[in-house]
Design a protein around this ligand. Structure first.
Ligand code: ATP
Ligand code: MG
Length: 267
């Protein structure tokens, strides 16, 4: 890796961790453009750590959750996709495509609502083709009592009236508040033990960069299904079992890596 005069870091194409490094730089660029909060960098690092112990691949357990999530979103009266800075910086095009495929609006929903951030995120989403982004007009924002400070603001045409909320990379307090408001919550979180993962109705333990394109692909297929078929997919899904299976998967994966590491260390 080398820095040129614009401070742009070039990642060599043959670098073994090129994907991870590319996304790291998207997050850093996002921070420079106000899209990502400083704390978002740390949240990304925590996510990377969990992705590492999941083998950086979408496993079959996550795919089960993704299928249930898509079915639930297609069954919803008012589905909403909540967008924060990290998700907007990592995969704006995928967000827009999923929103259009599911017919679910995007709502900018920030933990750190600093001046200029909403506009910066709106800009990156619009560049990716988004129209009618919610959470951007102060006159349509209302407060939800379950939360303190500026995190309680939601759009009266979006999350406020939604029945199903899709929250990639959400904070635990907000997830809990959404649950208390009676919403069905679908989370994407690489940490299967986070409060968000535990509180959500459907928890997708996967990296958002891999989850979104998979969701769109499945949504295109499920759009032809009847409501009964979709309901069946949601009904057979068990979130508790799914989280348990993910934890077992991590234990097995670490044991396997331990064996591999010791084979090298013992040489
Ligand atoms: P909680 O508040 O739910 O207990 P937390 O405080 O540990 O979680 P937050 O910073 O509130 O973490 O939320 C960020 C979450 O997003 C973390 O659990 C992190 O693992 C996860 N995360 C970060 N990057 C990604 C990513 N690219 N894909 C999926 N999840 C991610
Ligand atoms: Mg948190």
């Amino acid at each position: 890796m080398e820095d040129n005069e614009n401070n742009h870091v070039k990642v060599p194409k043959d670098h073994p961790r090129i994907t991870s490094l590319m996304y790291r730089h998207k997050i850093i660029d996002g921070m420079k453009k106000l899209v990502v909060a400083e704390a978002g960098l740390i949240a990304h690092g925590r996510g990377e750590c969990f992705d590492y112990i999941l083998g950086e691949k979408t496993n079959m357990i996550a795919i089960q959750a993704i299928k249930a999530a898509v079915a639930q979103l297609l069954l919803a009266q008012h589905p909403v996709i909540s967008v924060n800075g990290n998700v907007a910086a990592l995969c704006p095009e995928d967000l827009v495509l999923l929103s259009k495929t599911l017919n679910a609006p995007l709502e900018i929903n920030l933990f750190y609502r600093k001046n200029g951030r909403v506009d910066a995120i709106k800009h990156i989403l619009e560049e990716a083709g988004a129209q009618n982004i919610l959470g951007t007009d102060e006159s349509t924002m209302v407060e939800i009592e379950e939360l303190s400070s500026n995190r309680r603001n939601v759009d009266c045409n979006g999350i406020k009236i939604s029945d199903v909320v899709f929250v990639p990379l959400e904070d635990g307090d907000r997830t809990e508040a959404l649950k208390k408001l009676g919403k069905t919550v679908i989370a994407v979180d690489l940490n299967p033990l986070s409060r968000t993962a535990i509180w959500a109705d459907i928890t997708i333990v996967d990296n958002i960069i891999r989850t979104l394109p998979r969701m769109t692909k499945i949504a295109l297929k499920y759009k032809n299904y009847t409501r009964e078929q979709l309901k069946k997919i949601v009904d057979v899904f068990n979130n508790k079992e799914n989280i348990q299976n993910t934890l077992e998967f991590i234990i097995e994966y670490i044991n396997l890596q331990k064996e591999k590491a010791f084979n090298i260390l013992n040489k």
